[in-house]
Design a protein around this ligand. Structure first.
Ligand code: 23J
Ligand code: MN
Length: 260
């Protein structure tokens, strides 16, 4: 065997023996999946719905299938650079054009659980990440950076945390995203309904994670879960959205390959 064959065999043997685990970072997708509510002057995304085509009945005696309807940005989902006006003219900026090698990469998990529990509007900063790097090393280029908040464990009302002045959820500050673009990451992922903080419509620029990440050709992952099962470094993330031609995003199955 070549050494690269051995490398893959080692991963597969590790999975078979249990020394390497696969952690599912995906929330179930259903009619109950919450969608982001934008300020009322903007168009809103529908959630998930479906109808039966046939169910072992006269419409199809031996088979069961649905037609599904879903906003591209529903539930655990992938944001492509073309989702934002700042990324609209970049090459390979839509789902079907993204090179497959960019859908697999190392993952860094920044734990802000304590801070988010104390302050629903907590913002991740460059200083917070530099502090993380002092313990875990420099964030490598082409890696996913995930913000752990345990927000995925909240019931839906607290998860969206909608108040009179809009949603209050943690997220990255504009400077934090500038910093991560400087690290040349693959993208930024969050446990919240979108990658930006709940009050990010008030930031400069508006929705900085979308504005600055997508401007730099980088991706987003929203509504992730099970980040508490990931090490800070050393895992591999697989996030392969649907191959929709001209797609701005899609629901996605996100898997982490984790040394036990
Ligand atoms: C459109 C406008 C603002 C935001 C979003 C979409 C998302 O969060 C999304 O799912 O991409 S903040
Ligand atoms: Mn999105």
């Amino acid at each position: 065997m070549s050494s690269s064959q051995q490398a893959i065999a080692q991963v597969l043997n590790g999975m078979a023996s249990g020394s390497i685990k696969v952690v599912d970072l995906t929330k179930p997708l259903s009619e109950d999946t919450p969608v982001i509510a934008l300020p009322p002057e903007f168009a809103q995304s529908p959630g998930f719905s479906r109808e039966v085509i046939s169910k072992y009945d006269e419409r199809g005696p031996g088979w069961f299938w649905h037609t599904i309807h879903v906003g591209e940005h529903t539930g655990t989902h992938f944001d492509a650079p073309a989702h934002w006006v700042t990324g609209k003219d970049l090459p390979d900026n839509t789902l079907a054009a993204i090179p497959a090698a960019k859908l697999i990469g190392p993952v860094c998990v920044i734990d802000a659980t304590r801070e988010a529990a104390a302050d629903a509007d907590f913002l991740l900063t460059p200083e917070f990440i530099e502090n993380w790097e002092r313990t875990h090393g420099r964030i490598p280029a082409d890696s996913w950076v995930l913000m752990r908040t345990d927000w995925s464990k909240l019931p839906v009302d607290a998860f969206l945390n909608m108040q009179a002045d809009g949603s209050h959820c943690p997220g990255p500050s504009p400077k934090c995203i500038e910093f991560l673009v400087g690290r040349d990451v693959l993208g930024f992922g969050a446990e919240t309904v979108g990658t930006d903080a709940g009050q990010a419509h008030l930031f400069d620029p508006m929705f900085p994670c979308h504005h600055l990440m997508h401007q730099a050709g980088k991706f987003g992952l929203a509504s992730l879960c099970n980040l508490d099962q990931l090490p800070a470094t050393g895992a591999m993330l697989i996030a392969a959205p649907m191959k929709i031609v001209n797609g701005s995003g899609s629901p996605v199955r996100v898997l982490a390959v984790v040394p036990a």
